[in-house]
Write a protein that binds this ligand. Structure first.
Ligand code: SF4
Ligand code: SF4
Length: 216
């Protein structure tokens, strides 16, 4: 069993990410972020109240049973109209859930949480890395595509000079992450996000060995 451990971004950071986006649809997760009390029913409700108090229009909210599950698309369909009315999806799930949702919908996404580390893993399996839980999630500025794991060099401020016809210079079989991000932001009409400079990583955001205590 894998548990994604998350921490809510500060109100200031969330407000900054939502700058200019007045209509918001909020999505929580009934699994990991419910257990960690960062994105379950009570937290989604509190976020709704806070944003409504700022004068934003919350077009709707939902708590997906398992945001990172493949059935997420079907659950989202039930809220199609409320989602259509929103400028942005504010997502209170781990980054895996944010990416799963971003793949299903042509919508700008903003993560309300930072994903810190995987809580537990049991059994022998095969996994593709999609999130290193870097502690400073930039998905809100990259159209929901993670540059830390999708780019072979983990570049967070645009492509290296080796992009070749949309393919990566290190693995020509693989799409260049920054070409994917550029195309995604272009489709969303948010190419302005490409100009945002990501600051050097704060490694204090990566506790090692990972610890999490609800009472902290
Ligand atoms: S930027 Fe990438 S690696 Fe960092 S938390 Fe977000 S999805 Fe995970
Ligand atoms: S070609 Fe694209 S994916 Fe490959 S290392 Fe450069 S920026 Fe990253």
């Amino acid at each position: 069993m894998i548990r994604s451990i998350t921490r809510q971004k500060s109100d200031e950071e969330i407000d900054h990410l939502l700058d200019g986006l007045g209509r918001v649809f909020i999505i929580g997760c009934g699994t990991c972020t419910t257990l960690t009390r960062t994105g379950g029913e009570p937290e989604v409700r509190a976020m709704k109240e806070r944003l409504s108090g700022q004068g934003r229009l919350v077009t709707g909210d939902m708590v997906l049973p398992v945001a990172c599950d493949n059935l997420t698309g079907e659950a989202l369909e039930e809220y199609g109209q409320q989602i259509d009315q929103a400028d942005v999806l504010l997502i209170m799930t781990c980054a895996f859930g944010v990416q799963t949702i971003a793949r299903q919908l042509e919508k700008m996404v903003v993560p309300a949480l930072d994903t810190l580390f995987i809580g537990k893993e049991n059994g022998i399996g095969q996994f593709d890395e999609i999130c290193t839980q870097c502690g400073t999630c930039v998905l809100g500025e990259t159209g929901g595509i993670c540059p830390v794991t999708s780019c072979h060099k983990g570049l967070v401020n645009g492509p290296c000079g080796g992009t070749n016809n949309g393919k990566c210079e290190i693995d020509s079989e693989k799409d260049c992450a920054w070409t994917l991000i550029y195309n995604r932001l272009k489709d969303l009409g948010r190419l302005d996000s490409m100009r945002i400079l990501q600051k050097p990583r704060n490694h204090q955001g990566e506790p090692s060995p990972g610890k999490f205590n609800l009472s902290d």
